[in-house]
Design a protein around this ligand. Structure first.
Ligand SMILES: [Zn+2]
Length: 856
């Protein structure tokens, strides 16, 4: 009997069978060690792309191997389902965001199921579902009660097309909206923030615990937090107000010859003299319309206006003018800086443009800089001068140097204090959009901001909403929803109409999976503490900063609320590479051309211009006409081939280049496995044999256990799936070539091949496993363990050289001595071919390696 490998048939059959058996449900057996395998959950756009397929296949192999190794494995899936695209669909096509989202979820879930991913679907979470966002709101209130959620008026990025506030990271390097492409404007609005800055130091320090993370991701987090050490110094205005500045160079205080405030600084109006008020007002109005990126661009012409007032330099007691300039931002530090033009290039340019004093306090070795004549700031090393107590000290950071000496002196004289500063700022979470989690507070004229009581959660999103795509949030227009009695005093009050940044919903979803159906709490701490931390997290590098940082922040806050007992949510992190494919690009116009529009792909030319096209490998995308729909690959080859190709083509963290020939190659390999096993089964061989193994049996057994050893090692530590697949191919070749197909060793080899293949190609492995007569699933089989005795090599290849030139190898017993090796080599057919009829002058033997004949 021989049948053809028909992936469509067996994959559908086994997916249904596994579902019915509950094969992928999470084992709650506390006697087994736990393993939590997690892929970053997707946004339900409606279509699965190859990047998803790669991410989820990697995690699935890890989960399947761990199950076979005896772990109880949690491997769930869910949907990051709030966000702008649903609202845009509502505006463009008149379909309700909830309906659009749930349709997409259903479509993508069906696509995922076709891939044979071993998810426990009983734990699926959907962030836009009230049974989930009820707890997002509850967690928000935990932050509120801890004083970590607050409102403040802030200058925000305003997208004039989408009519919404954008986070800084949603504004590109040209100051345009990441989504609409509109030039971003500045506006003042009352916004909700989470106080992530309270955790800056912990978020930085605990990166040291994350040795299972890629170094580059840890570095990205460190840079984002951006710690610097320096001093806080208070300058007094002439009217006696405090202007606090933060500086990383307190040693240069004696060289501070003016101050610059952000135009939004609260003291600007008070400081402005009547003579300067018109100029200051005009400047403030202009700055308000510019984005942060514009304001802080390095190469920009410096602008600014004098307030007309002075402050006193606290170390030199000099009167120095106070200016405003838009390059100083209110959100960073204190919104005020001291300017040291001699030693900071930006301050220098500002001073020269406006004729301000330049005073040298760091003199480089062997030079005599003069503030009146220098043409560029000196930011480098030197010795402190004109700096009172610091004179003569080497300039710089570290023990015995000027920065440390300056901090000491400031603290001793009550003029300032040493402090750390962070680039990280509080997290602006308010969005003036509909399709998000409502912020559960009510604004009461008498009680102020009142949290919605826990027993009134969730604050549900109303379904009947009109979308114009313009103006304020649709929620703000719903009178019935907005007007509610105050939960505290019962008087008329108004709901908050902002919704939360969707990054909030994804900052705690991994805590919900261990207890996903809990209706009375976000999670039972006992269950979540049992499963957490995630043992292996897998996702794209594009989430290396924000999603991971926010998730770490949430974990620490909930730990401090006594809901969790661990510090870090993700023990190990794998950032998988991109999936790329060939695209045709016109190097002259920069345009991409669809392959269908190219007459001859062997000489690709632009049909419009005739230019020769470049073939480049780039991330799959519609705009480059190089996307490959997973659906097409599944239909043609099946899920097992798609999985095998993705795992084989590149190590998981490297970019992968799509190649149809290699997909075909994996399909052929699975066909070979199919043939090998069905022929073995059809031969009806009753494996027999006992006692001493023959040489072919020993060789085959070594091949089997070498495969076990190598594949097991490839699945530890760095996950080398590509070499693991190569080892599977080697084992299948060894079985194919084995002359001992009736031996029990051959039967062992066939079963081992299927067990090792199971995590990679789960359907074909299960089908063939059952064909061999097993009643239980191959996925319940224990992961094979290499027998060290089988690995012992009893023969090794010996290189034969004639006059130093390699002519080939012969097999010799491992551990043979030099004399035996010389004899075996001399008698070998290989050597005889070259030495026959010649005189052997000398034989060089390197035991275990080679024999070289010197002949005449
Ligand atoms: Zn009230």
């Amino acid at each position: 009997m021989e049948s053809r490998y028909n992936p469509a048939e067996i994959e559908e059959k086994w997916q249904a069978a596994w579902d019915a058996q509950g094969l992928d449900q999470t084992l709650e057996n506390p006697s087994k060690p736990k393993f939590y395998a997690l892929s970053m959950f997707p946004y339900p756009s409606g279509n699965l792309h190859m990047g998803h397929v790669r991410n989820y296949t990697i995690t699935d192999v890890i989960a399947r191997v761990q199950r076979m190794r005896g772990y109880r494995v949690l491997h769930p899936m869910g949907w990051d389902a709030f966000g702008l695209p649903a609202e845009n669909a509502a505006i463009d096509r008149g379909i309700a965001p909830a309906k659009w989202t749930y349709q997409n979820v259903a479509q993508m879930r069906a696509q995922l199921k076709r891939l044979g991913l071993s998810y426990d679907w009983n734990r699926e979470v959907t962030t836009c579902s009230p049974d989930y966002y009820k707890w997002t709101q509850w967690i928000f209130l935990q932050f509120f009660q801890a004083g970590l959620a607050y409102q403040k008026e802030a200058a925000v990025n305003w997208d004039p097309i989408d009519q919404t506030v954008l986070a800084n990271e949603q504004v590109d390097s040209e100051g345009k909206s990441w989504r609409s492409g509109a030039k971003v404007e500045r506006r003042l609005l009352k916004q909700w923030f989470l106080k992530i800055t309270d955790y800056a130091e912990q978020l930085l320090q605990d990166l040291n615990q994350l040795d299972g993370w890629p170094e580059r991701v840890r570095l990205m987090q460190e840079n984002w937090i951006g710690k610097s050490t320096g001093a806080e110094v208070v300058f007094k205005t002439e009217a006696g107000d405090d202007l606090t500045v933060y500086t990383t160079r307190p040693d240069t205080l004696w060289g501070a010859t003016f101050m610059v405030l952000s135009p939004e600084h609260p003291l600007v109006d008070k400081l402005t003299t009547p003579a300067q008020s018109a100029a200051v007002a005009a400047y403030k109005a202009e700055a308000a319309g510019k984005s942060e990126i514009d304001r802080t661009a390095e190469d920009r012409e410096k602008t600014g206006v004098w307030t007309g007032s002075y402050a006193i330099n606290p170390v030199s007691d000099e009167k120095i003018p106070v200016w405003i300039a838009d390059y100083v931002l209110m959100g960073y530090g204190t919104g005020a800086i001291m300017a040291v033009p001699a030693h900071d290039q930006r301050d220098f340019e500002f001073a020269r443009k406006f004729g301000l004093k330049v005073k040298v306090v760091v003199q480089p070795e062997g030079e005599t800089l003069d503030g009146d004549t220098m043409t560029v700031a000196h930011a480098g090393e030197g010795v402190m001068v004109h700096s009172g107590p610091l004179d003569g000290i080497p300039a710089g950071k570290g023990a015995g140097q000027s920065v440390e000496a300056a901090v000491k002196w400031l603290e001793a004289n009550g003029k300032g204090k040493g402090t750390a500063n962070y680039r990280l700022r509080d997290w602006l979470i308010s969005r003036q959009r509909y399709w998000g989690c409502p912020i559960p507070v009510v604004h009461c004229p008498s009680c102020g901001t009142v949290p919605v009581p826990d027993d009134q959660l969730p604050v549900t999103l109303p379904e009947q909403v009109e979308f114009s795509g313009r103006g304020p949030s649709p929620l703000a227009k719903l009178e019935d929803w907005v007007n509610v009695p105050c939960p505290s005093c019962g008087e008329p009050a108004k709901r908050e109409t902002d919704t939360m940044d969707t990054f909030i919903c994804s900052s705690w979803y991994f805590l919900r999976y261990p207890d996903a159906r809990n209706e009375s709490a976000a999670f039972d701490p006992a269950k979540t503490n049992d499963w957490m931390p995630v043992d292996q997290y897998v996702g794209g590098i594009e989430h290396a900063i924000l999603h991971l940082l926010y998730s770490r922040f949430f974990t620490k806050v909930l730990r401090d609320r006594h809901l969790l007992n661990f510090d870090e949510p993700f023990k190990r992190l794998l950032t998988q590479g991109m999936v790329q494919a060939a695209a045709y690009k016109n190097p002259v116009t920069g345009k991409y051309i669809a392959p269908a529009d190219i007459a001859d792909l062997s000489d690709p030319r632009d049909p419009a211009t005739g230019d020769r096209l470049e073939v480049v490998f780039e991330k799959m995308s519609k705009s480059k006409y190089n996307g490959i729909d997973p659906k097409d690959v599944l239909e043609k080859y099946g899920a097992d081939t798609a999985r095998m190709f993705i795992l084989f083509k590149a190590p998981p963290e490297k970019d992968l280049e799509w190649d149809d020939a290699d997909v075909e190659g994996q399909f052929r390999f699975l066909n070979r496995v199919w043939r090998l096993v069905t022929e073995f089964q059809a031969s009806g061989a009753k494996p027999q044999g006992s006692g001493e193994l023959t040489k072919p049996e020993k060789d085959l057994r070594r091949a089997i256990h070498t495969a076990i050893k190598e594949i097991t090692e490839d699945l530890e530590g760095d996950y080398q799936f590509n070499t693991a697949v190569s080892e599977l191919m080697k084992l299948s070749n060894a079985l194919n070539d084995a002359p001992c197909k009736e031996s029990p060793v051959y039967a062992e080899g066939i079963e081992t091949l299927l067990a090792l293949l199971a995590p990679f190609a789960p359907h074909i492995a299960e089908e063939l496993w059952h064909l061999l007569g097993h009643a239980d699933s191959v996925h319940h089989h224990a992961w094979p363990v290499a027998d060290p005795e089988a690995l012992v090599v009893d023969e090794i290849p010996l290189v034969i050289q004639i006059m130093g030139k390699t002519r080939g190898t012969i097999q010799v017993p491992a551990g043979a001595d030099a004399q035996t090796l010389e004899q075996l080599a001399t008698e070998s057919e290989l050597a005889q071919r070259y030495i026959e009829g010649k005189t052997i002058k000398k034989v060089v033997v390197v035991p275990g390696k080679l024999v070289n004949f010197v002949v005449q």
